[in-house]
Design a protein. Structure first.
Length: 84
């Protein structure tokens, strides 16, 4: 499991770390707990869409178009999942 997903499981209250390993609480969680976890994943996707870069350097014009496209992608992800 991806380390960031493990961190989100713990952050949402749906798991805990022990000896650097994530142990999810499977049966004892509520729908609200899992909803929080799902929202954290959606927000992480939005963050990646806006801020993650492949390290390439572009002209200001192209970079501006890319930034606009990333903002649109983040808004579309947010709207699709209904995250506030």
């Amino acid at each position: 499991m991806n380390e960031r997903i493990q961190e989100l499981i713990v952050q949402s209250g749906n798991g805990q770390f022990h000896n650097d390993k994530c142990y999810p609480h499977i049966g004892s969680r509520t729908l609200e707990d899992w909803t929080k976890f799902a929202e954290l994943i959606v927000r992480e996707c939005m963050n990646v869409a806006v801020y993650k870069s492949d390290g390439m350097i572009f002209t200001a014009d192209i970079a501006g178009h890319q930034a606009a496209g990333r903002e649109i992608a983040a808004k579309m992800i947010k709207q699709h999942f209904g995250v506030e």
